[in-house]
Design a protein around this ligand. Structure first.
Ligand code: SF4
Length: 278
């Protein structure tokens, strides 16, 4: 077997193991109706030639299909950059498993997020009960300082109203009335993970400061680092440079510690986002 508990391989090295090479070759042969090898080789050689180059340069329109993930993934990443914050995704469970595994695979760190686990009945009658029960469980089980709520396609298609649902959950005692539950609607069928990140950060800022008078902290800059898969290195380097320049700053969101916990055998569900200020 190419994998064992002692030897976990990531996608690329795993699929280069002999067992996978053979399996992929057989799949291609039996199910993909492949062109003859000679034709593929000829086409590859043609694509290196002058004629093909000229054809490419003569193009007048170009369609780029960018790598996009869905909005709630960005919301989960954003929430990870706030102190002791648990992401609560209102919608289907499988979507949330995808965000957790995606972030875990990328950062090689555990990534926590809970789901209201909506199923068929919630899709028909609305997910209020799921959200009330889910918030109560999250508050009781995971001891967060804040729960950041976002949505999957399913909750958005049926039009669940997060603000109303969270108020209901508070009045039913799922979480204390003063407990912070910021939210962002993150319909995954528009925009991308980048929009989801922005919406969640905006939701958190509005939760704490909407309607409050503006104050000017002289000489201090606020930094929103954005959806950055390299936040562990980039945020710390930015902080180092700002410190060297003597600049006073606040990182509004910073997931660099959350996704770089020490390998000392202790699991940290929450880490960091407290030292992002100088
Ligand atoms: S696109 Fe929709 S269904 Fe797919 S993972 Fe995202 S929220 Fe879930």
């Amino acid at each position: 077997m190419p994998q064992s508990a002692e030897k976990i391989l990531d996608h690329a090295p795993l699929f280069r193991e002999p067992e996978y090479r053979q399996m992929l070759a057989e799949k291609k042969l039996n199910f993909e109706c492949p062109h003859p090898e000679r034709l593929v080789t000829d086409q590859r050689e043609y694509s290196k030639g002058w004629e093909y180059r000229e054809k490419n340069l003569a193009r007048e329109a170009l369609v780029v299909n960018p790598a996009k993930a869905c909005q709630p993934l960005g919301a989960v990443f954003a929430a990870a950059g706030f102190e002791r914050t648990m992401s609560f995704v209102h919608g289907s469970q499988g979507c949330v498993a995808y965000y957790r595994s995606h972030l875990s695979r990328h950062f090689k760190e555990p990534a926590s997020a809970v789901s209201s686990s909506m199923t068929e009945d919630a899709a028909v009658f609305g997910g209020l009960k799921n959200l009330v029960d889910g918030l109560a469980n999250t508050y009781a089980l995971y001891d967060p300082k804040m729960i950041a709520v976002s949505t999957t396609c399913m909750a958005e298609v049926i039009g669940d109203d997060l603000h109303g649902f969270i108020e209901n959950a508070k009045s039913e005692g799922a979480v204390p009335p003063e407990f912070d539950v910021p939210f962002a609607h993150t319909p995954a069928f528009v925009g991308s993970h980048v929009d989801g990140y922005d919406s969640m950060v905006k939701g958190i800022l509005e939760h704490f400061w909407k309607g409050q008078a503006r104050t000017q902290a002289a000489g201090t800059i606020n930094i929103i680092p954005g959806f950055d898969g390299f936040c562990v290195g980039n945020n710390r380097e930015l902080q180092r440079l700002l410190t060297l320049m003597g600049v006073s700053y606040t990182f509004i969101q910073d997931a660099s510690d959350q996704f770089d916990t020490p390998s000392d055998g202790e699991y940290r569900m929450y880490d960091g986002a407290r030292r992002s200020r100088r």
